[in-house]
Write a protein of this length. Structure first.
Length: 97
């Protein structure tokens, strides 16, 4: 994003991106939306918007990045990048010795 995200901006993001995605789901598909306790996610306008368009959310304790599943993926990916051997940068290094 090129500008600060306020509650109103986040609400617009939900309405323009999340809502169309939800509307395209099979009517028998259940889902739960996950965001954290960032102030913009808890803004009154956002909470009211999610209630109005019936977006179920996971209750989220404050200061809990360890509960976010994506954090575990980032940790795993970081380990893989760290363990990766450097690739040859010149043609001579591609040839067998």
């Amino acid at each position: 994003m090129e500008k600060n995200i306020t509650g109103e901006v986040y609400k617009i993001l939900l309405e323009t991106h999340l809502l169309p995605f939800i509307e395209n789901l099979n009517e028998n598909t259940s889902f739960t939306f996950q965001d954290d306790n960032a102030p913009v996610h808890r803004a009154t306008a956002v909470v009211e918007c999610k209630e109005e368009i019936l977006i179920p959310s996971i209750p989220w304790p404050a200061q809990s990045p360890d509960l976010n599943p994506i954090e575990h993926l980032w940790d795993h990916l970081g380990g893989k990048v760290h363990d990766h051997k450097l690739l040859p940068k010149i043609r001579k290094n591609l040839l067998p010795l």
